[in-house]
Design a protein around this ligand. Structure first.
Ligand code: HEM
Length: 340
């Protein structure tokens, strides 16, 4: 019995040793087969990869994936992660910050032309605000910890040193994996709560044509809009569709190789990382317009109420409907009794 147990321990170790040995000797054998010079000088990984395209051996352990040490798609992915991705992320995020700074500089804050009326109307109820702030808080944690995967090693590690960076990165990864569930739930609630108000309507074409009045420095252009204007609808669909893409690819990565092979895993990472950085750029624009960019906008998600004049200028069709709903119902006039 004991001998059998020992065998169970030793067998995988022997298998690993044979695999490692096999992979070590593979280069010289491969070189001979391809006819190149097998001297120590000529043996380098890149040359072998160029000739063979992959390094693969044989294993007797249950995990067959271990037989492939390198494959072409893996190198493509590494190239993307180390090269294209930081550029896409950097250009999208810094580009958006620059655009917003220019917009603020030339346009200034969007003001409520009529000033405050003192009358407030409810724009978002407590459940809507809870869903929004849960999603927002989760997204900010995911954005910071996600950017650490892309830029941390290059930008943060030289500043705080490898040990602090390693401790922070371990916690960042845990946070990314667990907070993701709050984000997914938040996106689901937002979708259910606001989907009807974000379907296209007859005011969209005109809103787009006038740029939503955003470029009129006099603050006089106010194209009619229902509960959400076209710009907000675009943010909503970016959050919902981007959120679904991030969630689906994120789940593939939370359970590695359970639903996808190595190529599927790599594809999930391409999509996840690219959608993630683009969505961060979009949300930066959203945060700008909800705070600094437009007077009175923050209240809608802060207290849940907005000033009537703000609502009339930015969501005239919605205000008209709300006021119609609030008007006291006039009882139907009593039917005149027929004369006796
Ligand atoms: C943390 C900073 C954020 C602030 C200050 C902020 C502010 C706001 C405000 C004021 C509104 C209401 C606009 C209105 O009255 O119509 C709003 C709506 C909304 N927010 Fe945020 N938000 C933030 C983050 C986020 C994040 C991270 C997400 C999603 C990932 C998000 C998704 C939405 C969506 C889908 C809407 C409805 C559509 C729209 O108004 O664009 N928000 N937000």
């Amino acid at each position: 019995m004991q001998v059998w147990n020992l065998g169970r321990l030793v067998a995988p170790a022997v298998a690993m040793f044979i695999l490692a040995f096999g992979l070590l000797i593979l280069p010289s054998g491969a070189q001979e087969a391809s006819g190149s010079n097998p001297t120590a000088q000529a043996v380098n990984e890149q040359q072998l990869l160029d000739e063979l395209n992959k390094i693969q051996g044989r294993v007797s352990i249950p995990d067959g994936k271990a037989a492939t040490l390198q494959q072409p798609q893996g190198r493509d992915y590494r190239g993307f992660h180390e090269g294209a991705l930081p550029w896409i992320g950097g250009i999208a995020i810094l580009g958006m910050l620059l655009l917003l700074a220019l917009f603020y500089f030339f346009r200034g804050r969007i003001r409520t032309l009529a000033g405050e009326s003192g009358i407030r109307i409810l724009r978002f109820n407590a459940i809507e605000r809870l869903a929004h702030w849960t999603t927002a808080a989760a997204f900010i944690v995911l954005a910071i910890t996600g950017l650490n995967f892309i830029f941390g090693k290059r930008l943060l590690m030289p500043l705080i040193g490898p040990e602090a960076f390693s401790t922070w990165s371990v916690w960042a990864k845990y946070a990314h994996d667990f907070v993701a569930w709050a984000f997914m739930l938040g996106v689901l609630v937002i979708l259910v709560a606001w989907v009807w108000d974000n379907l296209p309507d007859r005011y969209d074409a005109n809103w787009l044509k006038t740029g939503g009045g955003m470029f009129d420095k006099s603050n006089r252009t106010h194209p009619p809009a229902a509960r959400f204007n076209t710009g907000q609808k675009l943010i909503f669909w970016a959050v919902v569709l981007g959120g679904i893409a991030l969630s689906a690819t994120g789940i593939l990565m939370l359970f590695p190789f359970s639903f996808a092979d190595v190529n599927g895993m790599q594809m999930a990472q391409y999509v996840h990382a690219t959608v993630g950085v683009l969505m961060i750029a979009v949300i930066i624009a959203h945060i700008y317009i909800g705070t600094l960019g437009m007077e009175g906008a923050y209240d809608a998600m802060g207290s849940g109420t907005v000033d009537l004049n703000w609502a009339k200028e930015h969501h005239s069709v919605w205000v008209a409907k709300e006021q119609a709903k609030a008007e006291p119902k006039v009882p139907p006039r009593a039917r005149p009794e027929p004369a006796e």
